[in-house]
Each structure stands twice: as C-alpha cells, then as structure tokens.
Ligand binder design. Sequence first.
Ligand code: NAD
Ligand code: G6P
Ligand code: MN
Ligand code: MN
Length: 434
Amino acid sequence: ALKIVTIGGGSSYTPELIEGYIKRSDQLPIKEIWLVDILEGKEKLEIVGAMARRMVKAANLDWDIHLTIDRCKALKDADFVSTQFRVGFLQSRIKDERIPNSYGMIGQETNGAGGIFKAFRSIPVILDIVKDMKELCPDAWLINFTNPSGMLTEAIVSYGHWNKVIGLCNVPVMAMISEPKLIEKTLDELTYKFAGLDHFHWHRVWDNTGKEMTLEIISKMYDGEDAGLPKNIFNVPFFREQLTQMKMIPCGYHRYYYRQEEMLKHGLEEYESEKGTRGQQVMKIEKELFELYKDPKLDYKPKQLSERGGAHYSDAACEAIASVYGNKKTQMVVSTVNNGAVPDLPNDQIVEVSSQIGASGAVPMVFGPFSPAERGWLQVMKNMELIIVQAAVTGDYGLALQAFILNPLIPSGQKAKDLLDEMLVANKKYLPQF
Ligand code: NAD
Ligand code: G6P
Ligand code: MN
Ligand code: MN
C-alpha cells in the first residue's frame, strides 16, 4: 500500500492532484495521502484538505487524507513525495513581477529577475526536504513541481545528490492535448520529441507513417487556434519565418525571448493598470477558488481551476507516479539527467526531454544536436541556470550578479545591479544564504 506525500498541500491545485489519483485508483494501491504545509498555510490546507476528503469519499475510496504541518511526520516511510510549495507566498511572486517592472524589465514567475529570485528562495527549502528524505524515506521518489522546476531538479541532483527525482511541468502536456486536434489526429497516432530546458524546450512531431508534421502544426498555429498556451502567458505570435526556419515548435515561454519587446510592453501595461500583474490576478482567482472549496457540497474539481496556468498538471504528476510504480514505461516529458539525449549539453546536467518513465525512473530519448541558433540559446540558458543554482546554494553575491548580467531579459549595467540589490532587500526574510 502506498503512502504519498505532497509538500505545499494547501495549494489551490490540490483538487487537480486528487482527481488525478482518483482517475488512476486502479493502478495505485494508495492507503495514505499526506498533505503538508506550514503554519501560515494551515487555513488553506484545512479548506482544501476537507475538499480532498469529499472527493475521495465521492469516489468510494477508503484513502486516509492526513493534513499536517509536521513535515517529518509526513515523510516517514513515504513512497512518493511531490512538491508544490511557494516560498514567500504570492506576496513574493508579486514582488518578483513588480520590482523588475518598476525598472522597465520583464517581471515573470520563472523568467528574468523574478525567476532567479524564485530559485533563490526555493532551492534552500528543497535541499532541506532532500536532507529529511535521506533520513526518513530513503527509497522514495521525489516528484518536483515547484518552480523554477528545472533549476530545482538541477539542485536536487547536483547539490542534494538525490537521483530519484523527476521534474515536471504541464506545458508539454498542454501541447500534446491541443496540437493533435489542429491537424485532426489523435495523440496515439503521433510521435512527439521534446528537448531543451524547463520552460525553454522545443519539439518536433511525426505522424504514424513517419511523415514529419511539425511545419503543418506551425502553420495551424497562425489560424488563431488554441495551440495549448497556458493561461498565464500573453499570446504575442512568434515570427512565422523564424519558426519555419528552425522547423521546431518552441514552448510558450520562448516568446519572452523571441518577442521580448512586445511581451515587456504587455507586462508593463498590466503592471500600470487596475488589473495588475499575473500574481495579482492569480490572487483574485485563488480567493474565488477557496470560496468554492469551502462549500461542503462540492466534491469535484471546479472548472474555475482551469483559469490557472498549471491546468492539467496532474496528468504529469499522477501519471509519473503511476508509471514509476507500475513500471509502465509511459512516454512523458520530464526534467532529468541528460545522459546524451541533448549532445549540445554535458551528460550530467538536467534537461527537459521526452523520456520513458518506469521503475528505474526517467530514461531520456535521444533528441540529437540543435542548429546554431537554438544551440546558442540553450547553452546560454543552461549555464545561466547553473550559475543561479550555485548562487542559491552558496549565497555568493558575485555569482548572483553574473546571473543577472547573463540573463537575456535583464539589460546589463548599473540598473541590473540596482535591481539585484533591491530584490535582495525585498526578499531578505526568505534568503538565509545571502
Ligand atoms: P501557493 O501559493 O498556493 O503555494 C502552495 C503552498 O505552499 C501554500 O499553501 C503555502 O503555504 C505553501 N508553502 C509556502 N512555503 C512553504 C514551505 N517552506 N514548505 C511547505 N509549504 C510551503 O502556490 P501555487 O500557485 O499552488 O503553486 C505552487 C508551486 O507550484 C509554485 O512553486 C508554482 O510555481 C509551482 N507550479 C509549477 C508548475 C509547473 O509547471 N511545474 C505549474 C503551476 C505551479
Ligand atoms: C504554467 C507553468 C507553470 C507556471 C504556471 C503559472 O503554465 O507551466 O510552471 O508557473 O503555469 O500559472 P499561474 O496561474 O499561477 O499564473
Ligand atoms: Mn511549468
Ligand atoms: Mn496578460
């Protein structure tokens, strides 16, 4: 019987996760689900925990849902540990967005200066969790969803020396739900190959005769149809000539780099308006969700949850757990150790790639080398990630400054240093390492 633990259990996404387990109840002999949060998140934990219990009951399952702020108690003898915490809460995300905006730069949860600071706050916590896991559940698998998901996975492997980890994101799942419809196919009929980094991967697609369909999907993307862009990303279209040249489909987040000027303009407009930044918008959505979750009659995931960018996340998280547990060898896109799948990057670094998921974890599929333009981006971004992770672990100011200067969304110069200094002060409470 399985004991599954979720850290950051008070998240409004938890019903999505519970729904994912219920869907797979025939594959997963779950006995206990432990939702863990911290004191400040206790109220949310209790509301969403009660909702989780109703969902499980409505599905006629006898799983025990435990709610706790005692992480060690939860981790003891766990089989799977999934993480979805937000160090510093939405308040910190809003600072990650608004402070860079005030310098005329992109403010985003996982990109630019905001993404760097989310890594600085989250990496010490994930390494603490790994330390606890070594003692309390040394055989467990860690399924990380906490952002920046790729950098956390890098920290877990390189600094935590913990290899039983799978890093996840819903973006590839969304592409594989939406794109087959654009070309009137089913996912079963298509072969997908993804490679790159979390929130910075590209992919190609083939049909069941071996014909490459990538350019056809690209062409459909310009007919105004839904190509699986998550709700949190504003849709500035990519330059068609650029995609046609690269013959790959970039992920939604690439537009922050390929159309930086336009994405910045949109972000600054929202920052200056009533609407506010995405974090401020999410605060409203979250309030509405928790009002719904309080309803003692609600025992299913409400449709309003699809307003969050992480929709379909359980199709990644729960499927990864079911695939490892059942040695299903499902093909999924995950953050894992490269091992040659992306020859443009060293073997021991974390990449996000199409992989086969089974009892031994993720086995990445070979993608092959990139062309110079994509290789250049990839190597800059990966090396920037390595610097961020090292700075997050050591608290080295010079390295943090290097990361800011290297980041393509932060123009180099005095403003970059001033922004770094202001964000260090604003985040002081959550940065014990600096
Ligand atoms: P949230 O603000 O609801 O946070 C979840 C919970 O984490 C909260 O209840 C909070 O109290 C708790 N928490 C804060 N600090 C903690 C700590 N030190 N230990 C344990 N719990 C702690 O956040 P959310 O919007 O549900 O997102 C949760 C996380 O998942 C974020 O890091 C977010 O970026 C990430 N996320 C990832 C993806 C992906 O594609 N990988 C998609 C969506 C969200
Ligand atoms: C997604 C991503 C996440 C991201 C989130 C934001 O698309 O894959 O990694 O951080 O959505 O969603 P939100 O609703 O919080 O803005
Ligand atoms: Mn993601
Ligand atoms: Mn917007």
